[in-house]
Design a protein around this ligand. Structure first.
Ligand SMILES: [Fe+2]
Length: 410
């Protein structure tokens, strides 16, 4: 049991990988057990060894769950986020007041904030009255039918099929750096039959309705050919200016990983005011804490704009700035991960506190919850905390010319 031997005999915090049938070939998932006498997470009750073990659990397994955390103080979530990234700012990475800004991605969910912890967002499905001092809260569960170019037909939806909405990291790709982790807490979980994902090879995977799906950037890198790995290690990705505004009218492929058809992008002249020094620019392959030898392919296939590749031997620079070609290039590399065994779909239980490594996985909403939003026992309510980091992602391969500022150089 990895993790067990790291703790001492005083029943400190320990972890174990999730069962093999949940992890499959995803390289994702562990359950963390809090120390004896600490039923609900309280950072003040953890010793330094416990905190080290918690970091090890997360950085080795990318997604960790602590069960039965009903009643956890929302203020613990930002404290917990800082355990994994001491440079995390005190601001939700969607911004201070972003949920009321119609251009912001989170406003599409009509997300609220927990009044006593403004870093914690509220997402889910349904309307809630008098929730923690909020008179009326409406949260909308987005599903693939609003974003995919060719959504599943009604008969497939009726038969219980679903798709990932959009694979992403939690970050706006503009002005703010991606948080190291995102923390989710299930306050209320809908009682609904399982749903199914269908893969290009015909395989199917049964998942809980509304499961949050993850794939590992490390696993995605492993699946590249040696030539692709070399290309990825030498490449920096520039994201679109005001990336989510830019793709606002675009539609995605059936796997939620790319935008297959060019032409619906918002004209650059019509975007909200922007400048290159705030446009996100990140290495294609990241070196993450706790994983010194493990390269992570971390690219948001829908928001990409430009690829800059440097030949490490000659220093020669190649720029690809045709958006259609950039998307196709990234998709060809990333799409291989979309196979049943590689996807970990978290089956939510009420009380779950899930921490995921936002810089080590891509994640997506799945499920069709909105049709059930008026049924009391089919509503969903989650807390979400993801805080802008003060540190830019690091390139796995360092050499002169690699931009590691986190932003495009004007
Ligand atoms: Fe997200």
């Amino acid at each position: 049991m990895p993790g067990r031997e790291d703790t001492t005999a005083q029943a400190g915090l320990w972890f174990e990988p999730l069962p093999a049938d949940a992890r499959q070939t995803s390289a994702i998932g562990a359950e963390v057990h809090l120390p004896a006498g600490v039923p609900v997470l309280d950072l003040a009750a953890l010793g330094e060894t416990d905190k080290d073990t918690l970091r090890k659990a997360l950085f080795e397994n990318q997604v960790i769950v602590i069960r039965n955390q009903n009643g956890v103080d929302p203020k613990v979530l930002p404290q917990l986020a800082r355990l994994f990234d001491p440079t995390a700012s005190d601001t939700h990475s969607a911004g201070e007041k972003a949920v009321s800004d119609p251009r912001n991605i989170l406003s599409a969910y009509k997300a609220g904030r927990v009044p006593e912890a403004p870093q914690v967002g509220i997402i889910g499905s349904g309307t809630f009255k008098d929730y923690r001092g909020i008179k009326e809260l409406e949260v909308i569960h987005l599903d693939h039918t609003t974003f995919h170019e060719s959504p599943l037909p009604q008969e497939d939806l009726d038969a219980g099929y679903t798709r990932p909405y959009r694979w992403h990291m939690d970050t706006p790709f503009y002005e703010r750096l991606p948080g190291e982790v995102t923390i989710l807490h299930a306050v209320q979980v809908p009682q609904l039959p399982d749903q199914k994902l269908k893969f290009p090879d015909g395989a199917e995977q049964e998942i809980a309705a509304g499961a949050t799906a993850f794939f590992s950037g490390a696993r995605a890198f492993e699946l590249l050919t040696p030539e692709e790995q070399e290309f990825a290690l030498n490449t920096t990705v520039t994201y679109a200016p005001q990336a989510y505004e830019y793709i606002r009218h675009c539609k995605s492929s059936a796997d939620g990983m790319t935008i297959p058809t060019i032409g619906k992008e918002t004209a650059i002249a019509d975007l909200s005011e922007w400048s290159w020094d705030k446009v996100a620019e990140h290495p294609m392959v990241w070196r993450n804490p706790g994983n010194p030898d493990r390269p992570f392919l971390q690219v948001h296939g829908c928001c990409v704009f430009k690829l800059t590749t440097r030949n490490p031997a000659t220093g020669e620079v190649t720029v690809m700035d045709d958006v259609e070609q950039v998307r196709a290039t990234v998709y060809k590399m990333q799409r291989r991960i979309w196979a049943a065994g590689n996807i970990y779909a978290h089956r939510w239980q009420q009380g779950d506190l899930v921490v995921f490594h936002n810089r080590g996985v891509m994640h997506s909403i799945t499920g069709q919850l909105a049709p059930h939003k008026h049924d009391e026992d089919k509503k969903r309510l989650l807390w979400q905390c993801t805080m802008t980091s003060g540190t830019a992602p690091k390139a796995f391969r360092k050499y002169p010319g690699v931009n590691e500022t986190g932003f495009a150089l004007a």
